[in-house]
Design a binder for this molecule. Structure first.
Ligand code: GDP
Ligand code: IMO
Ligand code: MG
Length: 420
């Protein structure tokens, strides 16, 4: 697997954390390349259950070097808390957790602005995680961001002074309380003092690893349908989430990527605003079975039938070689299952790619219906041992998406995987 990218094919929370944990056994490097602590990746292992927001999910394997790429935005307070939690669980990551000095910082004003913008948008709000992600990436792109490199190069104080002056004007105009320069400055220097041993320029490490043919596992955050450009704008996140973003987000040349695996949950979930054609109402028996709580914000995830209309598209956008279908076990016990295979708008079949948010809000899902099964799947490890209807369901996913399913999750734990 020299360079494998693990991408979610839906709206996030597909089970990427579990997939990374499954593959990290064979990896030399595990790296995050986009987003920030809007992500919440669940890893369950012999040490416990972890909801990881920033550190690569391969951290639990002592042989891995874990990289936090320049494509990330990092909230140091959250990172330090997460490092403490992982250290307290008995994991030693000294010298093998490395943070890109080019990565941008989430500042307190980014979090405040995230909330203020959301409130101003009212019913049209994106439903962000309010972790400051959008404002931090906006600053990055408009040359107003602060990076770890500003501590290294001695420009932090001066640049903070300018940014805080600007941001305080916006915050107070929107009814928020101004931040104190000296307080923010001291707090961030203290974070830097604690994180300095981990911060470095990653490019030479990445390039040396590639030259030595080391195995890289690249961990996407968010799902492909939340990509800024290719998701349904403005109900997206602020970074590119596609496998291609791993190139800029880590300094990996595109031709070095050898395998792209799309993680697809056996039904659909979504957190936050935006259209979701297959969403099921409360009270529907399947809705109760698909119940999930968001790993980052604790919000209740919206849920519905598996929607493959957009997955067909994200499989092509990413160039997926294989699918890792998760949570097949959670479908047991439903009499009938449905998969959305296309959308109809005003009586015509329309591809996902042409639908803007209003069109998608009106799109009617075209369903194929499948027989359910009652058996518990959690102990099954061979594809041919799955009940016939479950095999049919997986084969339908392969046919509609046009990508082979190679891995199937039948439980939240590391070993609960069928390799097909
Ligand atoms: P991520 O953000 O893509 O890493 O996904 P999350 O961790 O936010 O959400 C996925 C949820 O599904 C977590 O609670 C996982 O423990 C759980 N999960 C992942 N794969 C499976 C599976 O195959 N079966 C079951 N039952 N749960 C799974
Ligand atoms: P993982 O990595 C699910 C959603 C938010 C919101 C939109 C924008 O765990 O799959 P943001 O805070 O990024 O500005 O919010 O994106 N969102 C996610 N939804 N899983 C995630 O990450 C998400 N990260 C962001 O709910 O709709
Ligand atoms: Mg998640």
């Amino acid at each position: 697997m020299p360079v494998t990218v693990i991408v979610g094919s839906q709206w996030g929370d597909e089970g990427k954390g579990k997939a990374i944990d499954y593959f990290a056994r064979d990896a030399d490097f595990v790296a995050r390349y986009n987003g920030g602590n809007n992500a919440g990746h669940t890893v369950i292992n012999e040490l416990g259950t972890f909801k990881i927001h920033l550190v690569p999910s391969g951290i639990f394997y002592p042989h891995t070097t874990c990289l936090m790429g320049n494509g990330m935005v990092i909230d140091p307070q959250v990172l330090l808390g997460e490092m403490r939690e992982i250290r307290d669980a008995g994991v030693n990551f000294e010298k093998r957790l490395l943070i890109a000095q080019r990565a941008h910082l989430i500042m307190p004003y980014h979090k405040m602005l995230d909330g203020l913008y959301e409130e101003a948008k009212g019913a049209g709000a994106t439903g962000t995680t309010r972790r400051g992600i959008g404002p931090a990436f906006a600053d990055k792109i408009s040359y107003n961001g602060l990076r770890w490199a500003d501590f290294v190069g001695g420009t932090f104080d001066e640049r903070l002074w300018v940014q805080l002056g600007l941001k305080n004007k916006i915050i107070t105009a929107l009814g928020g309380a101004a931040l104190d320069y000296e307080e923010v400055r001291k707090t961030y220097w203290d974070y830097y003092a604690q994180l300095k041993p981990y911060i470095t320029e990653l490019a030479p490490i990445v390039h040396k690893g590639l030259e030595q043919n080391k195995k890289f596992l690249l961990e996407q955050a968010m799902g492909s349908l939340l990509d800024t450009d290719w998701g349904v704008y403005p109900f997206v996140t602020a970074s590119s989430t596609l496998a291609s973003a791993a190139t800029t987000g880590l300094g990996i040349p595109p031709r070095k990527i050898t395998r792209i695996i799309g993680v697809t949950k056996a039904y659909s979930t979504r957190v936050g605003g935006g259209p979701m054609p297959t969403e099921l109402p409360d009270g529907h028996p399947a809705r109760a079975q698909f119940g999930e709580t968001a790993a980052t914000t604790g919000r209740r995830r919206r849920a519905g039938w598996l929607d493959l209309a957009p997955v067909q598209f994200t499989a092509r956008l990413n160039g997926m070689d294989a699918l890792f279908v998760t949570k097949l076990d959670t479908l047991s016990g439903l009499d009938e299952l449905k998969i959305c295979v296309a959308y109809k708008l005003d009586g015509k079949t329309v591809p996902f790619s042409v639908l803007e948010s209003t069109g998608m809000g009106r799109a009617a899902p075209v369903y194929r219906s499948f027989r359910g099964w009652t058996q518990n799947l959690t102990e099954i490890r061979k594809f041919q041992d799955l009940p016939k209807p479950a095999i049919k369901y997986i084969e339908a996913i392969e046919n509609v998406v046009g990508v082979p399913v190679r891995y199937i999750g039948v439980g939240p734990e590391r070993h609960q995987v069928i390799k097909k």
